[in-house]
Design a protein around this ligand. Structure first.
Ligand SMILES: Cc1cc2nc3c(=O)[nH]c(=O)nc-3n(C[C@H](O)[C@H](O)[C@H](O)COP(=O)(O)OP(=O)(O)OC[C@H]3O[C@@H](n4cnc5c(N)ncnc54)[C@H](O)[C@@H]3O)c2cc1C
Length: 449
């Protein structure tokens, strides 16, 4: 049996080190707390959306709303500082692009992350979180396959769980979520799997980007887009709607009753879900018209369609049965692979939701719940968590759309404000724990009054 190595007690342990916990590390540094924090990340090194690092893909937020700029424009970790440091700021401004390239932005995030390397253990996937008696009281025990950490405070920044619709939950290496797109395409190529027909399920930005990528691959035959709606819809980019990404909106949304939150989220769905940017819609319609002119069926859209069953064939291919969501007409489609651009799961009671964070399963009985069974998440992103003398706390960083609104659906735009909310709240807790020593905060003031 493999031995599990013990790591020393950490006051604060962050699980996951994507943009959410990276921005929290910066805010912790700015608040004089970084020395009390450590992060565990399953990837071997910092990466951001590497599975969808597609040629020409850009980000969907103003790059000035980076990890720090909205709260401190003079900060050393702004996107502008990154560009300037690489000597490419003038080039960037010259191109006058509305949005930065995804690749370019990943470079920025990696550069910032490199400054925090000594606070992160990479290549370790957290499998379980429990509460144990250790170090003179209750603490969290956080386990990976090889190591074990103890901590009093957790910041869970893992991103959300991929949503895999029930009919696709069969054991097939040919069905994969968009979150594993590029690595699976590489594997299928290595295995010399012939991709005569690939189905892409969903109508999101990811779905359309992946379709464009597949159509650009000469070794892919036909691409079929399967979606429940009429076809790719335009994202609601009105500045009025996009106020959901402002910290003020979170203040407005958070105290609303549960049912009102649900209604509001539904009403605002097109700001972030089942909708795409104009540029990729234009690209796909151009490609589609080109195929029509040539009499090619290389791209097919199946609107109003829902996959009902999936059956594996002897050669690894798959047979899908589809039904029209409006008139019930059925059809079948043989495919060699299925890409699920079906999004991620929120906390809730709907068919695609999960009640709580899967890593917190063993401590769920300690978490106070709303009437619908979802966790109570305070404005500072902490859970209402039962522990001896309130000594333990859990913060959810980037998975709180149900309680904090759409800005919390992983959007980069709210990172700097949320990270600071968490760091300031953590600072108060550490002070209470008497861990904190008086250290100068970023603005030169002493942190302990
Ligand atoms: C292709 C794509 C493009 C996007 N582009 C934009 C954009 O342009 N603008 C925008 O606002 N939003 C965008 N988003 C939304 C996205 O949620 C954010 O960009 C951002 O990645 C959220 O950061 P995060 O840290 O919350 O989650 P993630 O980026 O998912 O990071 C979570 C990290 O936790 C690690 N992790 C997970 N589980 C464990 C575990 N058990 N143990 C250890 N580590 C773990 C993961 O490896 C990962 O590194 C995009 C999403 C996708 C899928």
């Amino acid at each position: 049996m493999a031995t599990v190595e013990h790591a020393p007690m950490q006051p604060v342990l962050g699980i996951g080190f994507g943009p959410a916990n990276l921005s929290t590390a910066i805010a912790a540094q700015d608040n004089g707390l970084l020395e009390h924090c450590h992060f565990i990340e399953r990837a071997p090194e910092f990466e951001w959306q590497s599975e969808q690092m597609l040629t020409g893909a850009d980000i969907q937020n103003n790059p000035f709303r980076d990890l720090v700029m909205p709260r401190d424009p003079g900060h050393e970790y702004t996107f502008v500082r990154y560009l300037h440091g690489r000597g490419v700021l003038t080039d960037y401004l010259h191109y006058n692009a509305k949005f930065a390239l995804r690749n370019e932005y990943a470079g920025y995030l990696q550069w910032v992350a490199s400054h925090f390397a000594d606070r992160v253990t990479y290549g370790q996937e957290v499998r379980a979180v429990e509460v144990v008696q250790r170090h003179g009281g209750e603490c969290f025990e956080v386990r990976t396959a090889e190591r074990m950490w103890h901590a009093r405070h957790l910041i869970v920044g893992t991103g959300r769980t991929p949503n895999v619709p029930g009919c696709f939950a069969i054991d097939s290496p040919r069905i994969f979520h968009a979150g594993r797109y590029l690595s699976t395409m590489r594997r299928l190529a290595q295995e010399r799997v012939e991709l005569r027909t690939v189905a892409v399920v969903g109508s999101s930005q990811s779905a359309i980007e992946i379709i464009l990528d597949l159509l650009a691959r000469p070794d892919v035959g036909r691409v079929v887009s399967i979606q429940r709606g009429i076809g790719f819809r335009l994202k609601d980019t009105s500045p009025f709607s996009r106020r959901v990404f402002l910290p003020e909106f979170i203040d407005y949304f958070h105290p609303l009753p549960l049912e009102t939150k649900k209604r509001l989220r539904e009403q605002l769905r097109a700001v972030n879900y089942g909708a795409c940017d104009q540029d990729v819609i234009d690209q796909l319609t151009t490609v589609q018209r080109d195929y029509e002119h040539r009499g090619s069926d290389r791209f097919t859209l199946m609107p109003f369609s829902q996959v009902r069953t999936v059956v594996g064939q002897g050669d690894g291919a798959l047979l899908l049965t589809l039904a029209d969501v409006n008139n019930g007409d059925t059809a079948s489609l043989g495919v060699d692979a299925v890409v699920l651009a079906t999004g991620y799961r929120d906390f809730g009671t709907g068919p695609d939701d999960e009640l709580s964070h899967p890593l917190l399963r063993s401590v769920r009985h300690r978490i106070a719940c709303e009437a619908d069974g979802t966790p109570v998440v305070h404005r500072d992103y902490s859970l209402e968590f039962a522990s001896a003398e309130g000594s333990l706390s859990v913060y959810l960083n980037g998975v709180c759309e149900a309680s904090h609104g759409m800005g919390d659906a992983g959007a980069l735009a709210v990172l700097s404000a949320r990270a600071n909310d968490i760091a300031e709240s953590m600072r108060a807790r550490l002070r209470a724990d008497a861990f904190e020593q008086p250290v100068p905060a970023r603005n030169g003031l002493l942190s302990v009054s």
